[in-house]
Design a protein around this ligand. Structure first.
Ligand code: MLT
Length: 308
């Protein structure tokens, strides 16, 4: 007789789910246990820091990996990765100010340096000295800012669908138009305008409901946070001079169909970082972790297993 066992991990203490599965398999025998499927339960917490509340999601247990979200999404975009945490790792995904379900309560105007300092403060609160830290797109810009502030905090880095250089004149003009759009027509209009650029053509055709999930995340963002983040991105420094100083193992991931931060930008960035590897996900656009959750999770787990 065989049956399926689903192990839900909801606690960061005690045996890890894989250890538990192995123990059960050993005591029940292989005939009794044909499949152990590990499903990590995602915890949602809030940390009160300097008079503000930072919501964060986390799952797994072990060495920390911090994942910073794209603009104008929130920590929920990392749910597919939080469900696929490799054994021995603890994934943490915070909301940035003004994004996520607490958006309305947040003072939103913040520079990328302030957003990075928020991440540092959350790590202090969680008593994490060093972690693998990374982000997707704007999350990557915040990763660079945190690296400039606290390089010793990085035991590894993940740069997904992001770029090191500043905006082109056309990019800056697009950002000013986006500020006007947010101010006059709100987050829903920003979602309409951004969605075709965020999702690759293949994923849009293959997974039509993904656009609804992304739209729902964008619509929770507060308009001041959207405008504040755009202004912060306009004012961001050139991170290219920092690339050669990144000494920790680094994973650069990019979707083959990414338009805002294309493969060429990712390859240029990876060429400047000593201990780095580049993974290009086929038939995937800018939101590569949502469009190809399995491929993205595999890239991360391979990187963690072989470098750290
Ligand atoms: C993002 O996905 O975070 C944005 O595309 C970043 C940007 O606009 O540069």
């Amino acid at each position: 007789m065989s049956f399926f066992l689903v192990i839900i991990s909801s606690c960061s203490r005690g045996p890890t789910p894989l250890a538990l599965a192995r123990r059960l398999r050993a005591s029940l025998g292989p005939q009794a246990l044909s499949l152990a499927m590990i499903v990590h339960m995602i915890r949602e917490s809030r940390a009160r820091i300097d008079g503000r509340t930072i919501r964060y999601l986390d799952s797994g247990s072990g060495w920390p990996v911090v994942l910073l979200h794209a603009f104008p999404l929130n920590a929920d975009m990392w749910r597919p990765q939080l469900e696929r945490v490799p054994e021995g790792w603890w994934f943490i995904a915070p909301d940035m100010r003004g994004f996520g379900p607490d958006a309305v309560d947040q003072a939103a105007q913040a520079t990328l340096d302030q957003l990075a300092a928020d991440v540092g403060a959350l790590l202090d609160r969680l008593e994490i000295e060093a972690a693998v830290i990374g982000g997707l797109s704007m999350g990557g810009y915040v990763t660079f800012a945190l690296f400039r502030q606290q390089p010793a905090r990085f035991s590894g880095m993940i740069l997904a669908d992001t770029k090191a250089q500043q905006d082109t004149p056309a990019g800056l003009e697009g950002r000013r138009q986006m500020i006007d759009l947010a101010r006059t027509r709100g987050a829903a209009a920003v979602a309409d305008s951004m969605l075709p650029k965020l999702l690759g053509a293949s994923a849009a055709a293959r997974r039509p409901r993904l656009a609804d999930r992304v739209r729902a995340m964008i619509e929770t963002a507060s308009v001041p946070a959207i405008i504040g983040a755009i202004e912060a991105m306009i004012g961001r420094p050139d991170s290219r001079p920092d690339l050669s100083r990144i000494a920790c193992p680094t994973l650069v991931i990019v979707g083959e169909e990414d338009v805002p931060t294309p493969v060429g930008d990712a390859a240029d960035m990876q060429n400047q970082i000593g201990r780095s590897r580049l993974v290009i996900l086929p038939e995937v656009g800018h939101l590569s972790n949502l469009e190809a959750p399995d491929g993205f999770a595999l890239a991360i787990s391979d990187f963690l297993a072989s470098n750290l």
